[in-house]
Design a protein around this ligand. Structure first.
Ligand code: THU
Length: 129
């Protein structure tokens, strides 16, 4: 199964009763293992979490901290791009050239690298004295 297909399959389990916008995310770690996530909404709206955040949490809990590849998918007219917060979360574990495939349920896909999704990212180098 491709990484997009993994994201497509897990998307069905998204919990999105408020937006009705289901998102699936799949991360392939450097180890080769695949971690999945979905958006999980909450009646207290700001408490909802994105699919990417779920996949990252699963990855860290699974013992991996290096992202090799990402796929996200939604039933959208154009490929879903990760929200700003998720771009920062992905950048924590992904090198600049890691590809992020953004797909639609309808079959469109676009690939961008992490550094292009978050130019000028705040990183560890900024904290070095
Ligand atoms: N959402 C994600 O899961 N990932 C994104 O990158 C963009 C937005 C979710 C959050 C919310 O549950 C729904 O999509 C609508 O914003």
């Amino acid at each position: 199964m491709t990484l997009v297909d993994e994201a497509r399959a897990i998307r069905e389990r998204a919990y999105a009763p408020y937006s009705n916008f289901k998102v699936g995310a799949a991360i392939r770690a450097a180890s080769g293992r695949v971690y999945l996530g979905v958006n999980v909404e909450n009646v207290a709206y700001p408490e909802g979490t994105c699919a990417e955040a779920g996949a990252i949490a699963a990855m860290v809990a699974g013992g991996d901290t290096e992202i090799a590849e990402v796929a996200i998918i939604a039933d959208a007219p154009v490929p879903l791009t990760p929200c700003g917060g998720c771009r920062q979360k992905l950048a924590e574990f992904a090198a600049a050239d890691v590809p992020v495939t953004m797909a639609t349920v309808g079959g469109e896909a676009e690939v961008m690298q992490v550094a292009d999704l978050l130019p000028g990212a705040f990183g560890r180098a900024h904290m070095e004295a």
